[in-house]
Design a protein around this ligand. Structure first.
Ligand code: MG
Length: 203
């Protein structure tokens, strides 16, 4: 399986990162060992001093497809989950300065906590789907699928031009504004529409 992550898919987040608003989707990937299984703690890695949370809706692909047209994209996923795209912001800054790829900042072990549960999309309104992240009980991120610059079906069309999507692949759809640092001892709780989806402890 592969994990595809969309960058800068919310206007306010692109602005908080001093980045341009993209005119086409941009994505990068994480390896399977980036997945942090539900209930497991995240161990703060030694190579960074500035790990940030980025809470994101996650689409699970459940059918193989290549060159999927936007109008058919809805047939390729039936469940939505929630995850975090942990980012070593200090390393990412250096990668950006040097024009290097982002993998060391984005694709490390445990950098993709994922919800245990995925919600059938027929139970959800993708045009109005709020989600939140709380850090130590305090609301730090609140987003809505409706604020995505590129909606899920557009992302599937775009990605599938370049690579076949397979059953079990995950698409992290980008983070809203409010990203920030974590510290050892923190507890992160993500919810979709008030329904708790994951709890991650930082150790
Ligand atoms: Mg992200």
């Amino acid at each position: 399986m592969k994990i595809i992550c969309i960058g800068r898919n919310y206007t306010k987040h692109a602005k908080e990162m001093d980045a341009d608003i993209p005119t086409a989707p941009m994505f990068f990937m994480k390896p399977d060992i980036a997945l942090l299984r539900p209930g497991r703690p995240f161990f703060y890695p030694e190579f960074s001093r500035d790990i940030h949370f980025e809470c994101e809706l996650v689409v699970k692909i459940d059918r193989v497809g290549k060159n999927i047209a936007e109008k058919f994209a809805h047939k390729y996923y039936s469940e939505i989950g929630l995850g975090i795209d942990f980012t070593a912001r200090d390393l990412q800054r250096k990668c950006k300065e040097k024009g290097h790829p982002w993998e060391i900042a984005k694709s490390f072990e445990g950098s993709a906590p994922i919800s245990k549960e995925f919600i059938p999309k027929k139970e959800l309104n993708l045009d109005d789907l709020p989600f939140t992240l709380k850090k130590n009980g305090e609301l730090v991120q609140g987003g809505n699928a409706n604020d995505m610059i590129f909606k899920i079906d557009v992302l599937i069309e775009y990605i599938s031009q370049f690579m076949t999507l397979k059953k079990g692949d995950l698409i992290f759809t980008g983070t809203p504004e409010g990203v920030g640092p974590i510290a050892i001892g923190d507890e992160l709780i993500g919810s979709i529409g008030g329904r708790e989806m994951f709890k991650v402890k930082v150790k």
